[in-house]
Write a protein that binds this ligand. Structure first.
Ligand SMILES: N[C@@H](CCC(=O)N[C@@H](CS)C(=O)NCC(=O)O)C(=O)O
Length: 212
């Protein structure tokens, strides 16, 4: 069995949990507590020198990092159901939307970035929260506009894709940072539909063994 090193509230771990659950792949979970800096422990750095979760350890001991790269690996090895459309144009667009979250929104409200802003720029809770909320809202405005222009059941597809693996955790984070998510009605509709599905329920932070 593969092992997922993750943390219940980590949005990048949440993405991978959704992908695994959609594909019906069971894994062993190892909790890496980000609050006590376990991601910087010698043991964790030995499998991911970047000091991040998630990490997917394969049965043969090979180690995969970066949530989107892990999801693409899963899509290649467990093709059904597909997370990325076969059509090259749609595939590129779904990937671009997923990257809007994973490459543009999420990294600037990562735990280590927020800690840096707090320490180096003398920000308290309110300033840090405002920073995170601002960048989430900025990205969501773009994604809401794109979503509004599609008539599909989900974002651009009629089944959850790589994008929904990224969106639902990002909406979870948006709520944590006090973003007014009602400003994004189409994203909210997609979120509601996904949250009813067993795979998304199984992957939700509150349903993980290490939840606090
Ligand atoms: N680009 C990476 C980001 C991973 C990431 O940012 N993980 C966060 C949790 S969501 C983390 O481990 N943060 C620990 C830290 O900032 O020290 C991915 O998609 O896997």
């Amino acid at each position: 069995m593969m092992t997922l090193h993750g943390y219940w509230r980590s949005s990048a771990s949440y993405r991978v949990r959704i992908g695994l659950a959609l594909k019906g792949v069971a894994v062993k979970h190892v909790a890496v507590n980000l609050r006590d800096e376990s991601q910087k422990s010698k043991d964790h750095l030995a499998i991911n020198p970047q000091g991040f979760v998630p990490v997917l350890e394969l049965e043969n001991g090979a180690v995969l990092t970066q949530s989107l790269a892990i999801l693409e690996y899963l899509d290649a090895t467990y093709p059904d159901p597909a997370l990325l459309p076969m059509d090259p144009l749609l595939r590129s667009r779904v990937k671009a939307a997923a990257l809007t979250i994973a490459a543009d929104i999420s990294p600037i409200q990562n735990l280590s970035v927020l800690k840096y802003i707090r320490a180096q720029h003398d920000q308290g809770d309110a300033g840090v929260t405002q920073w995170a909320a601002h960048w989430i809202e900025t990205g969501f405005v773009t994604l809401e506009n794109i979503a509004q222009s599609h008539k599909t059941d989900f974002f651009m597809t009629n089944a959850p894709s790589l994008f929904e693996c990224c969106l639902i955790p990002q909406i979870y984070n948006a709520c944590r940072f006090g973003v007014d998510i009602n400003r994004f009605p189409k994203l909210m509709t997609i979120d509601a539909k996904c949250r009813e599905l067993p795979a998304f329920i199984a992957a939700a932070p509150e349903n993980q063994a290490d939840v606090i």
